[in-house]
Design a protein around this ligand. Structure first.
Ligand code: RAM
Length: 953
């Protein structure tokens, strides 16, 4: 009785808003793109996804409550923020507007939405976030480490062997009192860390705290460790490794850079702070300092590129137990290091996202075994083994086998990619997972295994940034399905803290060209919002004084000539733009704005304000012209023509982004600039009469110094037309002519593509845009070289760097390729998924964040009868699913609440189109659009809709 009275009173107090008259329900509450995260954003952005069983639903208002305690939130007492009823339809990027948040503040929140009729729905479930350490003064912890070879910078080689120094372990006992209610660990490293409490690993993260320009900033992780602590003596344990901070990086060894390791510092260091709060409000802080003890502890070699050697006999026994005598350990050293910004890691960390069991184990004649995971991945092997103390197991990793069954390691170049485990001889068996390395591999060569290895001795751990899956794609065509799987696997293998070019060889760097080409595609597969928030920062930190963005970021000086290159440096504009388009993120524009303006000023200066880069404009770079249409086939597209297109394209994007953040004068400026560049492009590179793209090859001489310059240069290439069409450089009639030239070029090339990194993404969309969807399908489905199908026919489970990375029957060619540059996991050519999603499934955002979009599938005449793409947008799930028979088509679409879509239903006869089995006319949920080019348009609000239409082949 009393309870119900209170409930009734509460309802009354909260007002009519609390009564749910609508089923409109906010779900998937997120803060800064993550669920219940730690954040150090002073004003974090909140988002939710609306659900409703009714069609055509949207939000007319919302109200957010944020409280400092769950009980307060439940009672409707928003002591931090009550947004009040806000009359708009925003459900994402809602900026927290309450009381200023301080370090460690816990925030519990919920949201309620009103539907289009102004009726309130139920409150969401509660969600939370917690602030990190916002002030430098919050940090009490010192940087501690151990210099095992003081005063000497270790030479990279010990004889023929690469030298990898041992990694230290740290230990500290603490007394925890009674009635602990909250415990947080804030931890980072210059290098990489792993932390345990009483032998239990904290968090699931690998390669933390990630790669940044450590001279400017280093991220820390925050963990809730309340459950890991009991009262009494507790043992804190840490292990450090060299990582990107002081380990080997990139291809420095390969290119003979004088510096090959320790780019940021020689000695790795740990900074950790455990903060305990007791029931009575008392707090206790345990911080790293010289009262921590240090030793070497089994990990005698440790490096990201080269692998690890672990001697289990050397691991101190029972060091995880209180009372272990560590008096023979040394005191940890304070590591003197310059100040840098400490910030909370802003993205999903690298974690094990999947496990794989071997599909086979084959014995080789030399006593080694080959374990095959059946899938090329980035990750590690978890080893389970029983044997004698001193037994030594060596694991070498490779992506492919030679035709004679040998592990192919030539393409790893200088990366040793070898893990060695020496058993301690535990009769119960032992298990080992390396902590601070990863490999790109499908095959593992095992040497020294005691007895005959079985499948259960090995588990493949798939490592990567744990970006949530956002998309799925499936057809009735096995090749297309395999291609899609290969694209996703390649993304998973290369989104490892930064977008790397490859996961296997001595490179693994955040190459900007690759990232700008693939950035948009990546967002269709995974939620990469937080991932790119981090990397775009890295990119800005790496921007050159001149304003140019670098070839890769983070950007240690791996090679003096790695400066900037057209088509690579534009990542600084394109990647923020892709974030804006995919998630409606305007903060990333605001935070990139100054850097982006500086870059555009660099372009203006570099082009001498002539709006054009004539041939030879980048002859001062190495390689000359930059990388151009990297790995294309046949005649080269002039890099300067591509540079001009990229200049104009980025000016266009700047105009759009300026408008998005209310900078209308700059928007106008960039709009005009884009127009001038396009005009200058046409007058320099376009032959008005024939509509052909042309170039003057003279300035390129014999091509030496240019990438594949010996092939000669031509403006009349697939890449040139694909770019001009895709980037909207041509008038309507010029575009038509360009489309014809593109189709002719394909015909002259036996209907085969010839594009490299800067042409591949644009090729199929350009064909579709000029009415040749049939040719786009043909390119997608062919299995002849060069094509995606050719890779699959030759056994690919990931996307290759080169169109011919592996040719089954051409071992000689393989020898020559592998020794130089060859990767079986390179995502650039996977950017074809953009066409599969936007054209085959037909889903295309109109407004940023898919607030409104179109669904206009291009149905092929034959070969594919069914295709389905789904995408978890920031507003909820979008689906396009079509199925055709000889004379009909069915199309099912899902439109998220609070969004609108124009759906174009392919049909021969608009009168034949049915929705839910009934004629379109007079249906309440839709408004009818035009019938155009064999497609009937309907405008839809949210909901699931199933259309049928007649369609003859
Ligand atoms: C290669 C990288 C990358 C590419 C550059 C130009 O070594 O793998 O993919 O962008 O060179």
């Amino acid at each position: 009785m009393k309870n119900s009275l209170i409930c009734w009173l509460l309802l009354l107090l909260a007002g009519p808003a609390a009564l749910a008259n609508s089923d409109l329900t906010p779900t998937q509450l997120r803060v800064e793109y993550r669920t219940n995260p730690f954040t150090d954003e002073a004003k974090p952005r909140l988002s939710w996804v609306l659900e409703s069983g009714r069609r055509n639903q949207h939000q007319s208002a919302y109200r957010i409550l944020v409280a400092s305690k769950p009980e307060l939130l439940e009672a409707g007492q928003a002591d931090l923020w009550d947004s009040g009823k806000i009359a708009n339809d925003q459900t994402a990027q809602v900026v927290y507007g309450g009381t200023a948040l301080t370090s460690r503040q816990q925030c519990f929140w919920k949201v309620q939405s009103w539907d289009k009729e102004g009726q309130p729905g139920p409150w969401s479930q509660a969600a939370s976030w917690e602030m990190g350490l916002l002030e430098a003064a919050d940090w009490k912890a010192a940087w501690i480490g151990k210099d095992f070879a003081p005063g000497t910078a270790p030479a990279p080689f010990k004889g023929k062997e690469l030298l990898l120094p041992p990694a230290p372990i740290f230990r500290k006992e603490v007394s925890v009192g009674q009635k602990l209610v909250k415990a947080r660990l804030y931890i980072t490293a210059l290098g990489l860390f792993e932390f345990k409490i009483n032998g239990q690993r904290i968090g699931k993260d690998y390669l933390a705290p990630g790669w940044t320009d450590y001279n400017q900033r280093v991220y820390y992780q925050a963990y809730d460790v309340t459950e890991h602590l009991k009262s009494g003596k507790q043992v804190l344990q840490a292990r450090l490794s060299y990582g990107w901070y002081s380990g080997y990086i990139g291809y420095a060894l390969l290119v003979g850079n004088p510096v090959v390791r320790a780019f940021y510092g020689e000695v790795p260091a740990l900074k950790a702070q455990l903060e305990l709060t007791y029931e009575n409000g008392q707090t206790q802080t345990v911080a790293t300092g010289s009262d921590w003890n240090v030793s070497s502890g089994g990990l005698s070699e440790s490096d990201i590129l080269h692998g690890e050697t672990y001697d289990a006999r050397e691991e101190p026994e029972n060091w995880h137990l209180p009372g272990y005598d560590d008096s023979h350990w040394e005191a940890a050293e304070h590591i003197a290091t310059a100040e840098r910004q400490l910030q909370l890691y802003p993205a999903q960390p690298v974690q094990v996202t999947d496990t794989l069991s071997p599909v086979s184990i084959t014995e080789r004649t030399n006593g080694t075994f080959i374990v095959n995971l059946g899938q090329n991945i980035a990750g590690l092997i978890r080893l389970r083994v029983k044997g004698k103390a001193g037994d030594k197991i060596v694991l070498r990793f490779g992506e492919m086998l030679h035709p004679d069954g040998r592990l192919m390691v030539e393409n790893l170049r200088m990366a040793r990619a070898t893990d060695t485990y020496i058993l301690k001889g535990d009769p119960e068996g032992e298990e080992w997972v390396p902590g601070f390395t990863y490999h790109g591999f499908q095959y593992v060569e095992v040497t020294g295994f005691p007895g005959t290895p079985q499948k259960e001795n090995f588990t493949g751990l798939v490592l990567g940034s744990n970006t949530p899956r956002a998309g799925h794609f499936e057809t009735d065509h096995p090749l297309v399905n395999q291609l899609y799987q290969n694209i996703v696997w390649t993304q998973r293998a290369n989104f490892v803290d930064i977008p790397t070019d490859c996961p296997q060889r001595d490179e693994r760097m955040g190459w900007t060209g690759d990232a700008q080409i693939y950035g948009g595609t990546s967002a269709l597969n995974m939620d990469v919002a937080a991932f790119f928030t981090k990397w775009i920062r890295d990119l800005q930190d790496a921007q050159w004084e001149s304003g140019a963005y670098p070839d890769y970021a983070p950007a240690p000086s791996v090679r003096a000539s790695d400066t900037f290159a057209p088509g690579w440096m534009e990542a600084g504009i394109i990647n923020p733009y892709e974030m804006y388009r995919a998630y409606g993120d305007t903060r990333i524009i605001e935070r990139s704005w100054e850097n982006m303006e500086k870059f555009m000023a660099f372009h203006a200066k570099r082009s001498g304000d002539r709006y054009i880069y004539p041939e030879g404009s980048f002859a001062d770079l190495s390689p000359k012209g930059g990388y151009g249409d990297w790995l294309s086939i046949g005649k080269k597209t002039p890099p300067d023509m591509l540079a001009t297109i990229y200049y104009g394209y980025t000016a266009q994007l700047m105009a759009e982004m300026a408008a998005a953040i209310g900078k209308s004068t700059r928007a106008l400026h960039y709009q005009e600039l884009a127009g001038k560049i396009k005009a200058a492009f046409a007058s320099h590179y376009l032959d008005e009469t024939s509509g052909k793209l042309t170039t003057n090859p003279k300035p390129y001489g014999d091509g030496s110094g240019y990438v594949d310059g010996h092939q000669g240069f031509s403006g009349h290439t697939q890449t040139a037309y694909a770019n001009a069409i895709y980037h909207d450089f041509l008038s309507k009639s010029q575009q038509e002519a360009a489309g014809k030239h593109l189709a002719d070029l394909l015909a002259a090339n036996g209907e085969k593509l010839a594009t490299g990194f800067l042409g591949v993404k644009q090729l199929l969309p350009a064909l579709s845009a000029t009415g040749r969807s049939d040719l786009a399908y043909q390119l997608l489905l062919t299995t002849e070289y060069p094509s995606w199908g050719f890779e699959i026919e030759n056994g690919a489970t990931t996307i290759w760097e080169r169109w011919d990375s592996y040719v089954k029957d051409d071992p000689e060619k393989m020898e020559s390729l592998n020794a130089g540059m060859n990767s079986f996991s390179h995502y650039a050519f996977g950017s074809v998924y953009e066409w599969m999603f936007r054209n085959m499934a037909g889903i295309r955002a109109e407004l940023p964040g898919y607030k409104s979009f179109t669904i206009a599938p291009e149905i092929p005449k034959k070969e594919i009868h069914r295709a389905q793409a789904s995408y978890q947008s920031i507003h909820g799930e979008i689906l396009s699913s079509w199925k055709r028979s000889d004379s009909s088509l069915s199309l099912e679409v899902v439109i998220p609440v609070n969004t609108r879509a124009v759906v174009w239903i392919p049909t021969d006869d608009p009168a034949s189109v049915l929705l839910d089995g009934k004629s379109l006319h007079g249906q309440a949920d839709i408004s009818l659009g035009n019938f155009l080019d064999g497609r009937q348009a309907v405008v839809l609000g949210s909901g699931r809709y199933r259309f049928e239409s007649t369609l003859h082949p």
